[in-house]
Design a protein around this ligand. Sequence first.
Ligand SMILES: Nc1ncnc2c1ncn2[C@@H]1O[C@H](COP(=O)(O)OP(=O)(O)OP(=O)(O)O)[C@@H](O)[C@H]1O
Ligand SMILES: [Mg+2]
Length: 335
Amino acid sequence: QQWREHWQDRHAFERVQASGEAFLMPNITSADLDNMARDAEHRRLLGELGTRSLMSAPISIGGELIGSIMLASSRPDRVYATEDLALAQELSRRAALAIQAARSYNQALAATRARDELLSVVAHDLRNPLNTIAMAGSFALELLQGAEHQAARRQLDIIDRTVEHMNRLIQDLLDASRVQAGQLVLERAPTKPESVIREAMDMLQPLATHAGVRLEVECSPELPAVTVDRQRMVQVLSNLVGNALKFTPEGGRIAIGVTLHAGALRFTVSDTGKGIPADQLPLIFGRFYQARADRRGLGLGLSIAKGIVEAHGGEIWAESTVGSGSTFGIDLPVR
Ligand SMILES: Nc1ncnc2c1ncn2[C@@H]1O[C@H](COP(=O)(O)OP(=O)(O)OP(=O)(O)O)[C@@H](O)[C@H]1O
Ligand SMILES: [Mg+2]
């Protein structure tokens, strides 16, 4: 209790604050204690503590004083000297650095949160006008059925595909902010692994044909059903296959497989594409990460995939050799 009283004494701090400088009182006299005391009771406690020697160093960040370190000794054989004050100053300098780092970290977190909130609000609000465009487009298509309107119908087709693309981007932004906020909701049901692969394949086969890349499936027979959110797992696989397509040149090959591996269900997507340098592998699952030359899309696909897989209690990983291809894997616990 007495110590607490002493530490709460603002005298030393006020003194540093006034001068902004460290101070050393090697030998405290009875007159000094009289000076420090707020009242008679305080004076009695200071006397009982028997403080012999005192020093204090300011803690400041960028010229702003935010506190001070105060050290007191009541041992007659321990009298603070200039070297001790230098040590106290070094301590407060390090404390200031630590406090500054913590402040910067909190500011960065707040900025990221603000960005995510903005993204999710904007993404959400973009959906309504986009739906209106899509609807107006399909009404227009009905009105323009004759052969003479063929050119107009081609334009409407472009509008339709662009709306779909934009919807996908918006969906990714919303998914990414859900993953970030830990608000991803899974609707799990027993699901056959092959059927997840089949559905992702059906979605991407036209793109693969268009890109001149062969899609192959390698399924072990008789795999157990897993309790997963089927739509979300299809989304993960199609993100992986979509990437493989994006980064594999014409004539290449993409293999999608599923096997049992060390008690887990392992999905893999391998491509014969350009590969990923080893120093980038640890980064690609981060939000908005894209290799410098790959700025197509938002750079969210893999981070969403990671969020979905982890929400299932699974793990996602990647291996790659530059120039010969990449393999992405998902290990899901079988329950
Ligand atoms: N199969 C792959 N081969 C080579 N590089 C890849 C492959 N998959 C991912 N990458 C690298 O990882 C980055 C991040 O992938 P991610 O799917 O998160 O974003 P994206 O595909 O660029 O954009 P989005 O998925 O949002 O449309 C890519 O930009 C690319 O640099
Ligand atoms: Mg992607």
